[in-house]
Ligand binder design. Structure first.
Ligand code: ZN
Length: 233
């Protein structure tokens, strides 16, 4: 099986459409979504609908959870909270029901899929550096765990940050963010994993950032959310 693993779309329709076009040109068997479909961007319903029609496996992200239960956004910063309130008001009943149905984790073919962290998936902790990764690698039995949440792509083993995965160790792979990259590179990011060859690669691509940020301004969402797309922060 070959998987495309997308995460942190954050209601950025232009980025999601471009990612799906790239995926369509590859030989991908299954698209897996690691959550945070909504929050920040201006197209929550369109993005949820595309994920529903393209992704047989979807796990819950913290912004998805907060969009259906706004009290969960109390710990968010002001801008994220405003965006969640706006998002909650936009979501259709059907899309809200879909988000409510999502699991925190899915296991398949010796791979664990989770939005934030495999040790306490509902607490949304951040795995940023090799020390964070080392702490949680013991919490899963699978050989691979795919995560998102920080919006920063990277691969970790117990030894630290590494360049690739192999069959001989356990790895934690952050696929980055489709809709709001934060590694200083504004290009959308997602991962492709070939389970037969046990090979992973990170995909980066330009997309129509101007349209995505223009929609954020037009929706009356905080301006910072449009500006940050331009610089990938
Ligand atoms: Zn996110």
């Amino acid at each position: 099986m070959t998987y495309a693993i997308i995460s942190d779309i954050h209601a950025n329709l232009e980025a999601l459409q471009t990612a799906l076009e790239i995926i369509d040109e590859q030989h991908i068997d299954e698209i897996i979504c690691l959550g945070d479909i909504v929050g920040y961007g201006a197209s929550p319903n369109e993005c949820v609908e595309l994920v529903r029609s393209h992704c047989p496996i979807v796990v819950l992200g913290n912004h998805d959870a907060a969009a259906i239960e706004p009290a969960l956004a109390n710990g968010f910063n002001v801008i994220a909270r405003k965006a969640i309130q706006w998002t909650a008001a936009q979501l259709t009943d059907s899309n809200r029901a879909f988000l409510s149905s999502l699991p925190l984790t899915v296991r398949k073919e010796d791979i664990l899929f989770v939005h934030a962290s495999p040790d306490r998936p509902g607490e949304w902790s951040y795995i940023v550096d090799p020390a964070d990764a080392r702490e949680v690698i013991g919490y899963f039995d699978e050989r691979l765990c795919f995560i998102g949440h920080t919006h920063i792509p990277g691969i970790f083993s117990r030894l630290g940050r590494v360049k690739t995965v192999d069959r001989f160790d356990q790895y934690l792979v952050n696929v980055g963010s489709v809709g709001q990259p934060r590694d200083g590179n504004p290009m959308l990011a997602f991962g492709i994993f070939d389970a037969a060859a046990w090979e992973y690669c990170l995909i980066r691509s330009n997309y129509d950032i101007e349209t995505a940020s223009g929609k954020i301004y037009a929706a009356g969402l905080p301006e910072e959310l449009g500006i940050r797309l331009m610089c990938g922060m």
